[in-house]
Design a protein around this ligand. Structure first.
Ligand code: HEM
Ligand SMILES: [Cu+2]
Length: 582
């Protein structure tokens, strides 16, 4: 490869044959260097954004933690905006382009077409991200730091909107090679169905198109207003259109994460898809219903009609919740049946107790499934209900909910994927292997408690989100939230421990890239695959659904139980807010 001259760190130097192909010893896939190298480029860039956004995961909680109270309000908003844009947008979207390349051309064994376009897309995305960072960091009054929502009519720096538009255009350009490769695949193999992972990636990309169109519309609208081409902006129209991208990006995160779940539980856990039809139907349900979920951000908007809110957030939204339930059942079921088929069953939960929990790829993905479901998912459906939303809207509990989804769910799964790619695509042994095995448990427990504490102070004390100081923040009133202050000590400590665990991930990844030893022959497969093989020889030939899944059934009942209790508890809390007839 001619690029290897520039490749001092040896990041792009896997061994390929003369035509640029190699056979992956772990997945058995035929991989072309073009596809692999671009997937790596986007993945590495994502990690840089994770690092930048992660730095602000120190200053933001340290401000909310009353005892420390690090930043003044104006700086707090700048830091919070840096945190949100780098993590929720740049880290995630760079990873998702990488996932599109992995889920599409890489899994399909194709070259990445039009690599110059991929490169241009990457460059445009980087330019957009740099612009947004610059615009946020240099915000001065009367401009406001945008936060994630950049809600008009609060004005942000015009350069911010330019950066957002450039970034979204870049993401569109970067997705083109993916679309072209899917089209080529379909033309060359008209009768063949896509593998589930490619199918998931494709659904992700369609949802991404919708989100990006909404984003281009809304940020262009706000930019035109900021540069005074149009004289006023309609705050309600802005909010409606904003949430196409605001929530849309979360849908991309969700579907990309589920695709990663299917891929990695299969490769490192021995899971099989119990019913392709059911899983594919669930993906299709997302396509139709998940967008309507965006209405949950407008549940407390006075301008939106009640009927509209009820329809979109109850009836239509449950189509998407139903799809999530299907995946939540299908993934553990696939793991249970697949492992039982390999003879790794035994009793109700033998398939789980015998699983490779020391492999950080496996544990981070499975913990991501569990924590996403229990912490992010249940609370999302609860707070998405019109009446219950009143107790959640714009409280710290909301922040707890979405750290349950985007951190404990998506970020965690993506980190697992990176640990996998480091060992396969980058062909390294993990540096610090013991720490790496322990790491997912550290991250799960510290971040899990952080998210729960956010919900606790938000829901039970009504502490609002997005304020630098909670306790006595309304001048001239007696109102304060002093009672919640001691709980912020627990929150603060665990948030800092979560930051340390997040930093450990970066240390492991970086140490692996810089000092990790190369895999010897077959070592990666030995280390990553369950029993060292993807397809056990002489294994049972009966279909996977012939195996019982009673362990999963029990887990599903537990999940339903927690769901019902949480839901009932929330109604109880709501009922305590006012007394009727007194
Ligand atoms: C150790 C890890 C993290 C900690 C301790 C942390 C902490 C926090 C805190 C305390 C806030 C709320 C501030 C407020 O509303 O007053 C916040 C906001 C936020 N965080 Fe994190 N966070 C972490 C990681 C992440 C990650 C990985 C993501 C995205 C993938 C993320 C996305 C967000 C978003 C979108 C907001 C809301 C910004 C807004 O209100 O506009 N966080 N974070
Ligand atoms: Cu949403």
């Amino acid at each position: 490869m001619n690029a290897s001259r520039l490749d001092v760190l040896g990041l792009f130097d896997h061994e390929y044959d003369d035509d640029g192909w190699r056979t992956c010893s772990v997945t058995g896939l035929e991989i072309h260097s073009s596809t692999e190298n671009y997937a790596k480029l986007f993945g590495l860039t994502a990690v840089v954004a994770l690092l930048v956004g992660g730095l602000f995961a120190i200053t933001v909680p340290l401000t909310r933690w009353e005892l420390v109270g690090l930043l003044e309000p104006a700086d707090f908003y700048i830091h919070l905006s840096m945190h949100a844009w780098n993590l929720l947008i740049f880290w995630m979207v760079f990873m998702e382009i990488s996932i599109l390349y992995v889920g599409g051309p890489l899994v399909l064994g194709r070259k990445l077409p039009i690599t110059t376009v991929a490169k241009a897309g990457w460059g445009t995305m980087v330019a957009g991200a740099v612009l947004v960072n610059y615009a946020i960091w240099t915000t001065t009054p009367p401009d406001q730091a945008p936060l994630l929502t950049a809600y008009a009519p609060l004005p942000s720096a015009p350069l911010f909107y330019v950066g957002a538009v450039v970034f979204l255009l870049g993401a569109t350009i970067a997705a083109l090679p993916f679309f072209l490769s899917m089209w080529q695949e379909k033309r060359e193999n008209p009768g063949k169905t896509l593998p589930l992972v490619a199918f998931g990636a494709f659904v992700t990309s369609i949802i991404a198109v919708q989100a990006i169109l909404g984003g281009l519309a809304v940020f262009t609208y706000a930019l035109l207003w900021r540069v005074e081409i149009i004289s006023s902006i309609d705050a309600s129209v802005y909010r409606h259109v904003y949430w196409i991208v605001g929530h849309g990006t979360q849908q991309i995160n969700l579907v990309a994460m589920i695709t990663v779940w299917y891929f990695l539980t299969h490769v490192v856990g021995g899971a099989e898809v119990v019913s392709e039809k059911v899983s594919r139907t669930a993906f299709i349900l997302y396509l139709f219903f998940i967008n309507l979920g965006a209405a949950h951000h407008l549940l407390s908007e006075p301008v939106v009609e009640l009927g509209w809110r009820l329809f979109n957030t109850s009836y239509a939204f449950y189509g998407a919740a139903f799809a999530s339930m299907i995946h939540a059942f299908a993934i553990p079921a696939g793991l249970e049946a697949g492992r039982r088929k390999r003879g790794k069953g035994g009793g109700l939960f033998g398939w789980l107790t015998s699983a490779p929990w020391h492999n950080p790829v496996f544990s981070s993905v499975v913990l991501s499934v569990i924590l996403f479901g229990f912490i992010g998912g249940i609370t999302g459906v609860v707070m998405g209900q019109l009446q219950l939303n009143m107790t959640w809207q714009n409280t710290f509990a909301t922040v707890g909910h979405f750290h349950g989804t985007v951190v404990l769910g998506t970020t965690f799964a993506f980190m697992g994927l990176i640990l996998f790619l480091l060992q396969t695509s980058f062909d390294r042994k993990l540096a610090l292997p013991r720490l790496a095995s322990l790491w997912p448990y550290l991250f799960a427990s510290t971040m899990g408690i952080t998210a729960l504490m956010m919900m606790y102070v938000g829901l039970l004390y009504g502490v609002p989100r997005r304020v630098a100081e909670v306790v006595e923040n309304i001048p001239g009133t007696e109102f304060n939230l002093v009672a919640a202050a001691p709980l912020f000590n627990v929150f603060g400590v665990f948030a800092m421990l979560a930051v340390v665990s997040g930093a450990l991930f970066l240390v492991i990844a970086l140490a692996t890239l810089l000092f990790g030893k190369r895999n010897g022959d077959g070592e990666a497969a030995e280390r990553l695959l369950p029993d060292g093989t993807l397809k056990p020889e002489g294994g049972a030939s009966d279909p996977v659904h012939a195996y019982e899944m009673r362990g999963t059934f029990v887990l599903t009942l537990v999940f339903m139980g927690v769901f019902v209790v949480t839901w009932a508890l929330n109604w109880y809390l709501l009922s305590q807010l006012w007394s009727i007839g007194l």
